[in-house]
Write a protein that binds this ligand. Structure first.
Ligand code: AMP
Ligand code: MG
Length: 353
C-alpha cells in the first residue's frame, strides 16, 4: 500500500508549491488525482507507458478502455493528433477550455497503452484552474480518466477519490467539489458529421449550434444493452456508475412515473427490502420510502448534474437495497444525466405512459 497524501488547494488561485509538488510526482511516473470542472481525474504522464499502466491498475480499469489525454493549451493537441480538421479547430476555439473531449487520429508519439491500441486519441483542455496549472507544471500531456474505481460512480469530491483509491495512488489535490458534476462530452471528429460517443458537460444543442449536423451514437439513446461489437468508444460497453444497490429507472410522464414508483416501494417493503427514491424537487414530497433524495428542479436539468454521483454514493452509505429513480427531461445536461442513470441501472428500465 502507498501513502496517499492529500493536499488542500485553492480552486480559484492554486498555491504554486502544492501544484509543483503534485507535478513532480507525475513527472516521476506517479499518480495524482486532481479536480476538473467535470469530475476528479486521476493523472499520469500520458507519454510514460509505465505510469499509464499503473493508473489502469489503481483504478482496476480494463486495459481496452483508454483515458482522455488532458492538455493545458490548444497547441498541445498537435503533439498528440495526426490531423486536426478545420471543424475541430472551430470547436476547440469555441469550447476549450471546457467539458468537450475530441477524438482525433493519433500521432505515433502516443504510447499504445494510452490509446488502448486504438488508431485514435481522445483529448481535452479542462477549464479548472487547478487542472490547468497542474498540466502546465508537468510540461507533458496528462492522461486522466475519472478518479474512481472502475464501475463506481465518478468522484465529484476529494473524499470520493479517497474512499475509492486511498493507498493506491500517490496524492490527491483537494480543490473542493466539482461544478459540472458529469464527465465531458466525447465527440469523434474523425467522422463526418462528427459523432457524440458520450453525452456530457457540453450539450448536444450547443454543438449543433456551433457546427450544424452532429450524429448521436445509438448507445446514447438506447434503453437496452446493445451488442458490444457496436461500441465505437470502448467505455460504452462497460457497466458504469453503479451503486451497490440495484437501481431501477422509471421513465415516462411524471404523474405515471410517480404512481409506478409508489407501487414499487410497496413491493420492496413487502419483500423486506430497504428502498430509496431518487426524485426531483417537484416530486420528492409525494414519496414515503426509507430514504428520499432530490436531484434538483425539473425546471433546470443542468442543476441536477452536480448532485447525481454524490447522491448515488450516499444511497450506498444508507444501506439501501433498491434505488427507484425518476427519469428526467433529456434536454441540455439532462441527456448526460439520463445516460448515466440508464447505465447505472444496468438498463433495468421501466417505461410507463
Ligand atoms: P473517463 O476518462 O473515465 O471519463 O473515460 C473516458 C471515456 O473516453 C471512456 O468512455 C473512453 O472509452 C472514451 N475514450 C477514450 N479514448 C477514446 C478514443 N480514442 N476513442 C473513443 N473513445 C475514447
Ligand atoms: Mg470514468
Amino acid at each position: 500500500m502507498k501513502q496517499t497524501e492529500v493536499y488542500k488547494v485553492n480552486p480559484d488561485n492554486p498555491e504554486s508549491d502544492r501544484i509543483e509538488a503534485a507535478a513532480a510526482i507525475i513527472k516521476a511516473g506517479g499518480l495524482v488525482a486532481f479536480p476538473t470542472e467535470t469530475v476528479y481525474g486521476l493523472g499520469a504522464d500520458a507519454l510514460n507507458a509505465d505510469a499509464v499502466l499503473a493508473m489502469f491498475a489503481a483504478k482496476k480499469r480494463p486495459l481496452d478502455n483508454p483515458p482522455i489525454v488532458h492538455v493545458s493549451d490548444a497547441a498541445g493537441v498537435y503533439k498528440l493528433a495526426e490531423e486536426v480538421s478545420s471543424k475541430a479547430q472551430l470547436l476547440m476555439k469555441q469550447f476549450w477550455p471546457g467539458p468537450l473531449t475530441l477524438v482525433f487520429k493519433r500521432s505515433a508519439n502516443v504510447p499504445e497503452v494510452t490509446t488502448a491500441g486504438l488508431g485514435t486519441v481522445a483529448v481535452r483542455m479542462p477549464r479548472h484552474k487547478v487542472a490547468l496549472a497542474l498540466i502546465q507544471a508537468c510540461g507533458c500531456p496528462v492522461a486522466a480518466p475519472s478518479a474512481n474505481l472502475a464501475g463506481k460512480p465518478s468522484p465529484t469530491t476529494a473524499q470520493h477519490v479517497f474512499d475509492d483509491l486511498n493507498g493506491h495512488i500517490d496524492a490527491i489535490l483537494d480543490g473542493g467539489p466539482t461544478c459540472i458534476g458529469v464527465e465531458s462530452t466525447v465527440l469523434d471528429v474523425t467522422v463526418e458529421p462528427p459523432m457524440v460517443l458520450r453525452p456530457g458537460g457540453t450539450s448536444v444543442e450547443a454543438l449543433q449550434k456551433a457546427i450544424g449536423d452532429v450524429q448521436l451514437h445509438p448507445f446514447i439513446t438506447t434503453q437496452k444493452e446493445l451488442n458490444s461489437e457496436k461500441a465505437r468508444s470502448p467505455g460504452m460497453k462497460y457497466r458504469h456508475y453503479a451503486p451497490k444497490a440495484q437501481l431501477i429507472l422509471v421513465e415516462g410522464m411524471v404523474t405515471a412515473v410517480m404512481g409506478k414508483i409508489k407501487e414499487l416501494i410497496s413491493a420492496c417493503w413487502m419483500a423486506d427490502k430497504r428502498v430509496g427514491v431518487l426524485a426531483t424537487d417537484e416530486t420528492a414530497w409525494a414519496y414515503e420510502a426509507d430514504v428520499v433524495k432530490s436531484l434538483g428542479s425539473r425546471r433546470n436539468v443542468d442543476t441536477m448534474a452536480p448532485n447525481l454521483f454524490r447522491l448515488l454514493r450516499e444511497f450506498d452509505e444508507e444501506n439501501i437495497d433498491f434505488i427507484l429513480a425518476e427519469g428526467v427531461p433529456t434536454e441540455g445536461l439532462g441527456l448526460a444525466v439520463m445516460n448515466r442513470l440508464r447505465k447505472a441501472s444496468g438498463y433495468n428500465i421501466i417505461r410507463v405512459p
